[in-house]
Design a protein around this ligand. Sequence first.
Ligand SMILES: C[S@@+](CC[C@H](N)C(=O)[O-])C[C@H]1O[C@@H](n2cnc3c(N)ncnc32)[C@H](O)[C@@H]1O
Length: 251
Amino acid sequence: MMRFDIITLFPEMVRSVTEYGVVSRAAEQGLIELHCINPRDYAMDNHRTVDDRPYGGGPGMVMKADVLLSAVRAARQQASSSKVVYLSPQGQTVHQDMLKRMSGMVNATDEAGLILLCGRYEGIDERVIQLEVDEEWSIGDYILSGGELGAMVLIDALTRLLPGALGHEQSADQDSFSKGLLDCPHYTRPEELEGLSIPTVLKSGDHVKIAQWRRMQALGRTYARRPDLLEKRELSEQDKTLLEVFLRQHQ
Ligand SMILES: C[S@@+](CC[C@H](N)C(=O)[O-])C[C@H]1O[C@@H](n2cnc3c(N)ncnc32)[C@H](O)[C@@H]1O
């Protein structure tokens, strides 16, 4: 079971990630647990204030340290083995490999989890990061209005890696990035569509040939669209041959 504790001003938004598809089924099966903590519940004043003006002036507001520290510490008490991750555009960019390692830890220890801290406004008081944040993770080089979408992305991407979360055990393995390559193209009925037919090998029933064709497509697509992924790995002789065939066919 993987436990997610999300510190957010918008718990309903984050909870909605468990209402659909794979994540919803995983939550029903008890593969994941979601707990939301609203920093507003830790605000001591009558207005339940969670933000304040930035020291030094300038636009926007900053999330206050005291409420966030109380919220994070409350989460740590409930989930003592979880690390605290602040969703931040300044953090390390999340990659499939890192999520796989994380999901592997869950499988090995059965108690790993994440406390996901979602910022809003201009961000959070830096001292919260110094005092309580273990890691900062970004979901890409763009600016969101809050960390909630990032937390939802992580919950979805991690959940599908947990054993039993997907109907078919192999489907996560086939996905793009899982073996350092992009996925091959997929087809379903009808066989003919506006003059386009499906590759004949897919109808051959020859599973070895089909697997070879898929591997060749995955290699070719990765070469064409994400050559950086291929640069990071040493191709086997068989893969090199498949890629050469693909390139000859697509000259
Ligand atoms: C408007 S942003 C603040 C951005 C901040 N002023 C900066 O430039 O680094 C508000 C919150 O959205 C979240 N956020 C924005 N972009 C993100 C990204 N690419 N990845 C993860 N979280 C992000 C963070 O939690 C951040 O505190």
